[in-house]
Design a binder for this molecule. Structure first.
Ligand SMILES: [Zn+2]
Length: 428
């Protein structure tokens, strides 16, 4: 691995980012104190305004993109429409020969009335708080990397698009089409989920599907006409057993029945029951296999006298399998780390994020370029504050290396990613 050549302008920008450390830490405290749970509309609006003002300093254009409508199944088994918050889109030089998509989210997993609303210092370098790592800290890293980049002459050859969604923690259903479209306009993707505390980045990611299986039977009095009933709870229990039996049949597939609802009273044969479950898969073949098994199960249930089964949901995040271009991008990130004296390790994970969406749309991407931190999705969430400048410098160098043409050969060699100068404006 060879280090990158660092120009005097880049050297100045790196020094500037070091100077911004305290500013970034103060900023994450302010941002974390604005609650923005995925379902908390007012919080998302307030956080959106904060992000919009901060990114306006980059001098690009801004647009709020409406999220696609979604659907959920209530605990009573009824499908109802749901709306998601907007996607905040910032762009600069969209017709430049090299284009990068940067993505992040402003929602957190902490709901409107969560008691976890304040930051707390655990020691000199560890800040505990809601969203400090996942991913308000990451957005701040992205913002400062772009600020530094815009001050170098290299920026003139690169167009960038930033997409900040409001629904990542609930699956990016509403922002999925915007992410897909953005991926189609860019050559590489950078996403700002937190790295592990030791700096390790996520490599390949499993795909994830969320489903709800609703089984309808027939209600009857449990004493007077038990035989006339069709017990939906029993039929669902059998179906859950069949679902669970899919575990271990393919190496990367796991099936997790997670929530059940059904029935009303002990003297009533239950007419309806449902199970919510999650399936993880390693690649497209495993996903196709799991989908075929689900279809078979639903067919079998619908063939049973007096029962009806309805399956809702799907693989909202396809598996992220590393393409040759994506591996080349990881190599480049490794070289940027080496240039900074920061070793970059990569490890595959069963978790998923927007990086899955970008990969499924054919965009090579690295999705854990945010801060170093841990215990995310819990009240122990923390960020290591010395990682703000470190990670902003890493992203800055990735942008510079991309501008210098370091990725062109890898992109040109990959069929789903046309060479920088000739890629059409939108693939889909
Ligand atoms: Zn996140």
């Amino acid at each position: 691995m060879t280090s990158l050549s660092v120009t005097p302008a880049m050297q100045d920008a790196l020094a500037w980012l070091d100077d911004q450390s305290a500013t970034m830490v103060a900023m994450v405290e302010r941002w974390a104190h604005q609650p923005s749970g995925s379902w908390y509309d007012d919080g998302l609006a307030a956080m959106g305004a904060i992000v919009r003002d901060a990114f306006a300093e980059l001098g690009g254009t801004y647009e709020a993109v409406e999220a696609a409508p979604g659907q959920t199944v209530t605990d009573a088994g009824e499908a109802v429409a749901i709306r998601y918050g907007p996607i905040h889109r910032f762009t600069q030089r969209t017709h430049a020969p090299r284009r990068v998509l940067l993505t992040g989210h402003l929602d957190t997993v902490y709901p409107e009335h969560s008691p976890f609303t304040r930051c707390r210092w655990l020691d000199d370098t560890t800040l505990n708080g809601p969203g400090v790592a996942d991913m308000k800290g990451g957005l701040i890293v992205m913002l400062h990397a772009l600020k530094a980049f815009e001050h170098t002459p290299l920026a003139q050859g690169v167009g960038w698009e930033v997409l900040v969604s409001s629904d990542e923690e609930i699956g990016s259903i509403g922002s999925g089409p915007a992410l897909d479209a953005g991926a189609g306009r860019a050559h590489i993707g950078l996403t700002y989920e937190p790295a592990l505390a030791d700096g390790t980045l996520a490599g390949a990611r499993k795909g994830s599907g969320n489903f709800t299986l609703v089984v309808d039977g027939r209600s009857a009095h449990a004493g007077r006409e038990f035989e006339a009933g069709r017990n939906a709870v029993w039929q669902l229990a059998r179906a859950i057993d069949a679902l669970y039996a899919l575990n271990g049949q393919r190496p990367g597939v796991t099936v997790n029945p997670a929530v059940i609802h059904g029935g009303s009273a002990n003297n009533v044969v239950p007419a309806r029951a449902l199970c919510r479950f999650n399936i993880r898969v390693r690649d497209a073949d495993e996903q196709a296999w799991a989908e075929a098994e689900l279809a078979r199960l639903v067919d079998r249930l619908n063939g049973e006298d007096g029962f009806r089964a309805t399956l809702h949901g799907g693989f909202y995040r396809p598996p992220k399998v590393l393409s040759p271009a994506n591996r080349a991008l990881f190599d480049l990130v490794g070289r940027c780390g080496e240039t900074l004296g920061v070793p970059i390790a990569v490890r595959d994970t069963g978790g998923c994020c927007e990086g899955n969406n970008l990969a499924a749309a054919g965009l090579p991407n690295v999705d854990t370029l945010g801060v170093r931190g841990g215990h995310i999705h819990s009240h122990d969430e923390f960020v290591l504050v010395d990682s703000f400048a470190e990670r902003a410098k890493l992203s800055f160098l990735i942008l510079c290396a991309f501008a210098q043409g370091e990725m062109d050969a890898a992109l040109a060699a990959t069929p789903d990613t046309a060479p920088a100068a000739t890629k059409p404006e939108a693939r889909r």
